[in-house]
Ligand binder design. Structure first.
Ligand code: CUA
Length: 312
């Protein structure tokens, strides 16, 4: 498809499907609009005041018409619903094995952290043909991470994680926009995604200043902040071990179970008294206000990197 400014070329694996659905909805809507306004116009002209149209023989209500148009619109609606729901489900389920990156929005910039530890501002370098999952949060107000060429947009909220995924299908540069009014420089809160060939990307990564991986930086923080004192199982305070925690169901004190996803891990750091693992004291202090989003991301990367211990 040609590249209009308001309709950039599709550059992600699911972008053509989003376009097809959008165009189909547009066509259906236009047809209904034409039908309704067309009939309105016809009747307005035919039965205008003073016209000699036949007003004596009013047509009786026809059940055949009533039932057919209701059924037809119902089926059309179900079809569109199924189409949209199926696409939505795939848009919200990243394929397993997607590379995971962190995006932090703040007034007025996007900070990206690669798992290998490299970080960049208002730029996002990616290899072509590999799915990526972005885990995103905001440090201040609500922003919205918008990648028009990849047909994806997600609000980025302070205090919680949002994620999105896509797989770039072409190399090139594509705009990043903020799609939520977030203050004075909202309109300047833009950046670009640079999609490169696999080997160019590897070279780019290599050329960045050497950095510690996020997980390793998180491990250091884990010791510095004193987390390891309780969570490594050797201290006097009993705290749950975190090996293999990510993605596992955790039984809670007072009943119920939660899956240890990013939301749970984040809340456990900031509001540890809220969801206490069954069988443990609510002894952990809150780290709210003491560590920034950057540090939470590192701890998160570390905790996710902890594999389950082999059963002994
Ligand atoms: Cu950030 Cu608008």
């Amino acid at each position: 498809m040609r590249d209009f400014p308001w309709w950039p070329g599709a550059a992600s694996s699911y972008a053509p499907e989003v376009d097809h659905l959008f165009i189909a909805l547009l066509i259906v809507t236009a047809l209904v609009l034409a039908l309704v306004f067309g009939l309105m116009l016809v009747f307005a002209v035919r039965y205008r005041r003073g016209s000699d149209a036949d007003r004596d023989h009013r047509v009786k209500k026809s059940w055949r018409w009533e039932v057919s148009w209701t059924t037809a619109t119902f089926i059309a609606f179900l079809g569109l619903f199924y189409w949209g729901a199926d696409l939505y489900r795939r848009l919200y389920h990243p394929p397993s094995g997607a590379t995971e990156l962190f995006v932090l929005g703040k007034q007025w910039m996007w900070k990206v952290e690669h798992p290998e530890g490299q970080s960049e501002i208002d730029e996002l370098h990616l290899p072509v043909g590999r799915p990526v999952r972005l885990l995103m949060t905001s440090q201040d107000v609500i922003h919205s991470f918008f990648l028009p060429a990849f047909r994806v947009k997600r609000d980025v909220l302070p205090g919680r994680y949002e994620s999105l995924w896509f797989e770039p299908t072409q190399t090139g540069e594509f705009p990043i926009l903020c799609a939520e009014f977030c203050g004075l420089d909202h309109s300047h809160m833009r950046g670009r995604v640079i999609v490169m060939k696999e080997e160019d990307f590897a070279a780019w990564l290599e050329a960045q200043p050497p950095a510690e991986t996020l997980a390793r930086a998180g491990a250091a923080l884990f010791r510095e902040l004193g987390c390891s004192g309780c969570h490594d199982g050797r201290g006097t305070v009993r705290a749950p071990r975190l090996d293999g925690l990510y993605g596992r169901p955790v039984p809670l004190q007072g009943g119920g179970t939660v899956v240890a996803d990013e939301r749970y891990i984040r809340d456990s750091i900031l509001q540890p008294k809220r969801e206490v693992a069954a069988g443990y004291e609510a002894a952990m202090p809150s780290f709210a206000g003491q560590i920034g989003e950057d540090e939470i991301l590192k701890l998160m990367a570390y905790i996710k990197s902890l594999r389950a211990r082999p059963a002994s």
